[in-house]
Design a protein around this ligand. Structure first.
Ligand code: GAR
Length: 190
């Protein structure tokens, strides 16, 4: 069995989708979810699926020891960032080389970087009158949204689309593509 840890800061709809996708697999499972926000909706979603969740402070995430101990306890092979809004620091990057991946709700290298997360991304895409947006799944390094790209998929953006409508299209791409891409990364890199 290969074990995934999902890191999530907010709603956790991707975490839920990934967990359900692998629920019947004999090879891969979401073993644990870690969050930096004890009030995030992801905890409730995971409770319903019987998946344990734990909250660590921003400092604990960046210092690494307690988070690494938890990952070891669950024999984690791959870390999946799904709406996780903090930077990943050296202790985790060193412990999981090429084994931390992120999903970004736009077509990197466009609309990436420090303040580009969640709805801010879709607002920027609409403000720039882009004709398309999409998702980028990439390896994580020490800079926001700069690791090697593994996969991208696109959706059209019409001049009438609101940021909420773009968000909806992008979420559909995330739900369709993130779990199978995770499975491929596990096959190749763990
Ligand atoms: C997702 O759209 C994800 O791509 C984005 O946050 C959303 C989380 O939704 N991630 C980032 O913006 C990271 N820079 P969810 O909590 O419902 O899965």
């Amino acid at each position: 069995m290969k074990n995934i840890a999902v890191f999530a800061s907010g709603s956790g709809s991707n975490a839920e989708n990934i967990a359900k996708y692998f629920a019947d697999s004999n090879d891969i499972k979401v073993a644990v979810v870690l969050s930096n926000n004890r009030n995030a909706k992801v905890h409730e979603r995971m409770r319903k699926l019987n998946i344990p969740t734990f909250t660590f402070s921003r400092d604990e995430f960046s210092e690494g020891n307690s988070v690494l101990a938890k990952l070891k306890e669950y024999n984690i092979d791959l870390i999946v960032l799904a709406g996780y809004m903090n930077k990943i620091t050296a202790p985790l990057l060193n412990a999981y080389p090429q084994r931390i991946i992120n999903i970004h709700p736009a077509l990197l290298p466009k609309f990436g970087g420090k303040k580009m997360y969640g709805m801010h991304v879709h607002e920027a895409v609409v403000a720039a009158r882009e004709k398309e947006s999409g998702i980028t799944i990439h390896f994580v390094n020490e800079n926001y949204d700069e690791g090697a790209i593994i996969f991208q998929a696109t959706c059209p953006v019409s001049p009438k689309d609101t940021p909420e409508q773009v968000a909806q299209k992008v979420h559909q791409l995330e739900y369709a593509h993130f779990p199978p891409v995770i499975a491929k990364v596990i096959q190749k890199h763990t």
